[in-house]
Design a protein around this ligand. Structure first.
Ligand SMILES: Cc1ncc(COP(=O)(O)O)c(C=O)c1O
Length: 904
């Protein structure tokens, strides 16, 4: 496989920079010590120079000097210089250097990036890089960089360095590979083709953006850059007809257009203003100010200002542990510089608007009680009693409880099972279309309100969100979508994952709707389908909706705290709904229903700050999380000892072939190229989020819960969820390569212990081990599908369709006289299963793991459900008390249930 096609070549490109400079250093030191050659140094350097051109440090001047020294044979000086560069890149110290603080040799290593007028100011002015795309000859670039540096002022809040490129292709490469670029200036008149003949870069561009039409239009380039990194500020400078340019609809993505370069100070100020607009955190900034004010409090919350804590002899350690600012920033006030989360009019409102901009939504609601609450808010706001909701049965319990609260009637759709690992995948589109077509056949589509799915699932299955919405809208053009993206809020910040998010797909659908070609495509398909297409035809066709009829109504919830730097429970609801004005008041009611009237200030501030971070460094952080996941996957599965007992499941283990239409197998499959990965991300029905890694531990003789305990108690490694024979590892924006090293060392140690036990325990130990692994890996219970709602709760249901009135069943459980308890393992249970009367659950019964309801109120229990429950060997089962048995609705009360439903 050509190197440029290696799948990690893109993600690792940025994070591997430091490693590559280390390779140059090794070669340079060997040359200086007489054991290496100049040729080797030159070769190592050649490998990295290409990508270095897209970074401000070490910069062209310093690299030229390095090359001169190599040419002059000054091996010792070269080694010293490379060491400084390699260290600066590894530690990011070049971004913090200030003038005058580096003496001697340092002049040689950092001259290109020293902010020239920063002396004396604090060292922590945030640093970023500005890409300048210019038609000027390369010989002028160094002096252009100097001109930019001259603009720096002591009062600037941020400091930046220019990165200069001379073509359309190089500009795209630079924004892809250098996450520190936060603003782009496009000066018209540049050529399309890169001067480099660099297959690796060309491969990345082609695979990421598709075959590009040669263009030298500043606005076309700006549009493509926005597609890759929507958070960047774009400026265009032109010396021709500035008015025409500004009037073009394509210029909507440009922050400002300047006439020629005579306004260079204005440009500098506009760049800084753009960064400030992302850096600003209206609520957090206000909270900090509030904390500094001498406020007297005569309201509840004695902890505010910390006096009850710091004056106490008994609880002062709490104050010392958390620090004074936590208490100074605590308040139950909503005035005096703060705002009300329930009805924001000031800085919370502004913070939410900024979050909407960042996440590509029209509106954002901050939620301080987790996505558990966000989901209930959305369901309540959109669903009225009796409305039908098509919902993934394995979704988080908040959706099920939301339906109980509103009286929405669920049609549970099943994800495909992954029985061997005791988990589910995601719901196939065909299943969803089938449910909608059934409803259509019965003339009940008008009752359907919402499609509610989890994206990505706990185990990393990402839907093809655009395709799901398109095809569903082709059947019901006003269907509303709720995508629970509790785990994948971060995906917004990767150009590869973004199209698979709710908001990413909604943006694409919006553009599609505005394109006249879409109507043509729709009409062409209608003609081909004919007047009465069969159900089979509709199921197998990739349906195109009628763009004129579609009402695009998309909601997303995300646990900001699960994948970004928000404090636990910080969550957001994102709204992109053309009919939002019609539900706005309902939405506010839902917020009033569920939001605490004492929301925590620190949680709101955390949401504000998480947004700031993602807009300014999310791209690099997410790229890092993905590259770390790829490293862990590679290291575990290829290590000779670890891979004897442990394995991280690939896409081909977790997604059946039928849903990987592109033919993609896995990141690690031999021969897999970067192009295969991008194709799979774009086309496949399901795609595996690489950062969610299912580590199978059953072959090492551990069940998931046991192994999770070992990792936590002995090695201080915390993992995500477990299954019968696996644990879920998640890499995220805080992981470093040290974490990878620690994990590998721990797995090696555990494998060593297993080997030692098997060696010293003899044949009997080996037999016990084999029996245990066999049981964990092969004696796995079948996963039960949702059976059906009892007829008592299907009074107003359709014939073909399985919805049920779960709320009535739920509240029947409040009446103890209407309920009975039947022991799970007793003969009564078997007798009832065999010959009735029906066993009807009064409760949600949710075992952890797997964490989805095995039973819901009103559900008729079957032998499969009971068989699964009996085989479960987990301790935590919500809604089930082993001592009493399963709580059921008595058969004679079911008639009452029927009456209640009828009355409702
Ligand atoms: C898919 C899904 N949605 C929602 C939630 C609830 O989120 P939170 O913990 O933020 O309340 C979870 C929690 O694990 C989840 O897995």
């Amino acid at each position: 496989m050509a190197d440029q096609d290696r799948i990690d070549s893109f993600f690792v490109m940025h994070s591997a920079r430091a490693d590559q400079w280390r390779e140059v250093l090794t070669a340079a030191e060997a040359w200086a010590a007489g054991s290496g050659t100049r040729a080797k140094v030159e070769q190592e350097l050649r490998d990295i120079l290409l990508i270095e051109e897209f970074h401000a440090y070490p910069g062209m001047r310093l690299l030229a000097r390095l090359r001169e020294r190599i040419a002059a044979g000054e091996a010792a000086a070269v080694a010293a210089m490379v060491r400084r560069i390699a260290d600066a890149i590894l530690t990011n110290s070049y971004a913090q250097q200030v003038d005058g603080e580096t003496g001697g040799e340092a002049d040689d290593s950092l001259p290109d990036v020293l902010p020239s007028v920063v002396s004396g100011r604090d060292r922590h002015r945030p640093y970023f890089e500005v890409l300048l795309v210019t038609p000027q000859p390369q010989s002028r670039w160094a002096s252009m960089a100097v001109e930019f540096r001259r603009l720096r002022r002591v009062e600037d809040q941020f400091v930046y360095e220019p990165v200069i490129v001379g073509s359309f292709e190089d500009a795209l490469c630079a924004v892809l590979v250098n996450p520190q670029i936060l603003s782009v200036i496009v000066a018209e008149g540049f050529p399309f083709h890169s001067a480099h003949d660099a297959p690796i870069l060309r491969s990345i561009l082609d695979k990421t953006l598709g075959k590009l039409e040669p263009s030298s239009s500043a606005l076309t380039l700006a549009g493509l850059i926005k597609k890759v990194r929507p958070e960047l500020d774009l400026f265009v400078t032109t010396d021709r007809d500035v008015e025409t340019l500004a009037g073009s609809p394509q210029s909507a993505c440009v922050r400002r257009i300047f006439y020629a370069v005579e306004e260079v100070l204005e440009l500098h100020l506009a760049i800084l203003e753009g960064i400030q607009a992302r850096f600003e955190t209206p609520f957090f900034d206000n909270l900090k100010r509030y904390a500094q004010r001498p406020v007297g409090t005569f309201h509840a919350l004695p902890i505010a200002r910390g006096k009850s804590v710091f004056r106490s002899g008994w609880i002062r350690d709490m104050g010392e542990f958390y620090g004074i600012n936590l208490f100074l920033a605590e308040s139950s006030a909503t005035t005096g510089g703060l705002d009300s989360l329930l009805e924001p009019t000031g800085n919370i409102k502004k913070s939410q608007e900024m979050a909407a901009r960042a996440f590509g939504a029209d509106h954002v609601f901050f939620v301080t009680n987790g996505t558990s609450t966000s989901n209930k808010m959305v369901v309540q706001a959109l669903v009225a009693p009796g409305d039908i909701v098509i919902v993934d049965r394995n979704c988080h319990k908040s959706h099920h409880y939301g339906l109980v609260l509103t009286g929405g009637q669920p049609i549970y759709v099943e994800a495909y099972p992954l029985t061997q690992y005791s988990m589910y995948g995601a719901v196939p589109l065909k299943t969803i279309k089938q449910a909608l077509l059934d409803l259509k056949e019965e003339g009940r589509l008008d009752r359907v309100r919402l499609l509610d799915l989890t994206n990505c699932t706990f185990d990393g299955h990402m839907y093809n969100t655009r395709r799901v919405m398109e095809e569903c809208l082709a059947i019901k053009p006003d269907l509303i979508f709720l995508w629970d993206e509790a785990w994948s809020g971060f995906a917004r910040w990767s150009p590869f994952l973004r199209p698979r998010t709710a908001m990413g797909a909604a943006a694409e659908l919006e553009s599609w709707q505005a394109d006249p070609a879409s109507v043509e495509a729709y009409e062409k398909q209608q003609k081909a389908l004919g007047a009465k297409p069969s159900r089979e035809k509709l199921l197998e066709t990739r349906l195109i909706p009628d763009p004129r009829k579609v009402r695009l109504r998309v909601y997303q919830t995300n646990s900001t705290h699960k994948s970004m730097s928000a404090i636990r429970q910080g969550s957001m609801v994102l709204v992109k709904d053309v009919d939002y004005p019609k539900v706005e008041s309902q939405f506010h009611e839902a917020v009033f229903t569920h939001a605490s009237t004492s929301p925590n200030q620190q949680l709101i501030a955390g949401l504000d700050v998480a947004r700031r971070q993602m807009e300014l460094e999310g791209y690099g952080l997410v790229m890092n999380a993905i590259s770390i996941a790829l490293k862990i996957r590679q290291a575990v599965n290829s290590h000779p000892l670890i891979s004897k007992y442990f394995r991280i499941l690939g896409a081909n283990d977790l997604i059946p072939d039928a849903y990987r239409q592109s033919g993609f197998k896995d990141y690690l499959a031999p021969g897999t190229t970067w192009g295969d990965v991008v194709k799979s991300m774009k086309e496949d029905e399901f795609y595996l989020d690489p950062t969610r890694m299912t580590l199978v531990c059953g072959d090492a003789g551990f069940d998931g819960t046991q192994f999770k305990g070992i990792l936590a108690n002995r090695f201080n490694i915390q993992v995500n969820k477990t299954s019968r024979n696996s644990v879920l590892l998640q890499s995220n924006i805080n992981n470093t390569r040290s974490d990878v090293a620690h994990l590998l060392r721990v797995l090696i140690e555990i494998c060593g212990e297993i080997e030692e036990r098997l060696r010293s325990g003899g044949e009997s130990e080996r037999q016990v081990f084999a029996a245990r692994t066999r049981s964990l890996m092969h004696d796995v219970p079948d996963l039960p599908n949702f059976s059906r709602f009892h007829e008592a709760f299907r009074k107003d249901a359709g014939k073909l369709t399985p919805e049920g009135d779960m709320r009535t069943a739920f509240f029947m459980a409040y009446d103890e006289s209407a309920c009975e308890y039947v022991p799970l393992n007793g003969p009564e249970m078997d007798k009832r299963l065999a010959s009735g009367p029906d066993l009807v659950s009064a409760n949600f019964v949710i075992p952890y793991p797997p964490g989805f309801p095995i039973m819901v109120p009103g559900q008729v229990l079957t032998a499969e459900t009971i068989g699964f429950m009996r085989k479960l060997d987990v301790k935590e089962i919500h809604g089930y008390e082993a001592a009493k048995g399963l709580k059921l609705i008595k058969p004679d009360a079911l008639g009452a249930g029927r009456n209640k439903t009828a009355k409702a």
